[in-house]
Design a protein around this ligand. Structure first.
Ligand SMILES: [Zn+2]
Length: 265
């Protein structure tokens, strides 16, 4: 059976050695096998907003660092769950529960919920966890994880994504975080607000790829990086770019500090 967004949290929990009670998803065994002979100090989960599997392929060339991570690691096309909107779909990715079970439909729902994400369960199990996300989302997670950093979009989405990336590296190096989730928004923001032509998407993708480069160079310890997306493009004007496909990419790739990104094959 094809993997879905429900399976990301159970895979991470299995790697970190804890259980998600009553989860809807299952472990992606191939990732467990890929990691079996690797020493993983920390896990970084990157959600790139609004990139379906079809768009991902079309952006081939604008995402060279992500492609390198994919070539070095594992690549899946996984099913995205309805409603394919940012908050519920990130809720699914972080909890391993279907939307009807986590009921996180808008950011306000994330403030007072009995549902716990893998970040909270990890923290309860003594694994320092954190999130670097937009300001309100971070406020909702405050006191529920070890580190919740909120970033405001003050100077445009490219600057926002870059600051998210910088703070992610600091969270690992300065705070000893072992499980971190970040959310990069340039491509979705482009689709919603300023895209007039295909070139705008490749431009946005390149800015995101620069952040992958900085992450790969900046990580100080052996890290398993997951890259996925919350939903395919959902802006009507550009939805045709996904060819009616509802899959999103999932990449799992091991980055070892001893390996210079420039010299990786
Ligand atoms: Zn989204």
């Amino acid at each position: 059976m094809k993997y879905t967004q429900l399976d990301i949290a159970p895979t991470i929990s299995s790697l970190l050695g804890f259980e998600i009670p009553d989860k809807d998803g299952r472990e992606i065994k191939e990732i467990g096998a890929y990691c079996a002979d690797k020493s993983i100090d920390q896990i970084l989960l990157i959600v790139v907003d609004g990139v379906g599997a079809v768009l991902y392929k079309k952006l081939d060339g604008a995402l060279p660092q992500l492609k390198a991570l994919s070539d070095d690691g594992l690549f899946f096309e996984i099913h995205s769950l309805p409603p394919r909107i940012t908050t519920p779909n990130i809720g699914t990715i972080l909890t391993g529960y279907a939307p009807k079970h986590h009921r996180l439909y808008e950011v306000a729902d994330t403030f007072y919920t009995p549902v716990r994400s893998i970040l909270e369960i990890a923290s309860d199990n003594g694994i320092k966890s954190g999130i670097v996300i937009e300001l309100l989302g971070a406020k909702a997670m405050l006191n529920r994880v070890d580190l919740a950093i909120g970033v405001e979009n003050l100077h445009g989405i490219i600057d926002y994504d870059r600051r998210i990336t910088d703070l992610a590296l600091k969270a690992f190096s300065l705070e000893g975080i072992r499980l971190l989730m970040i959310h990069l928004r340039a491509i979705d923001n482009c689709a919603h607000h300023y895209a007039t032509a295909w070139d705008d998407f490749t431009f946005s993708a390149r800015t995101i790829d620069k952040n992958f480069e900085r992450i790969c160079r900046g990580l100080c310890r052996p890290t398993l990086i997951f890259v996925t997306s919350d939903h395919p493009i959902h802006v009507k004007k550009w939805a045709h770019l996904e060819d009616n496909n509802a899959d999103v990419p999932l990449i799992a790739s091991y980055v070892n500090e001893a390996t210079d990104p420039d010299e990786r094959e």
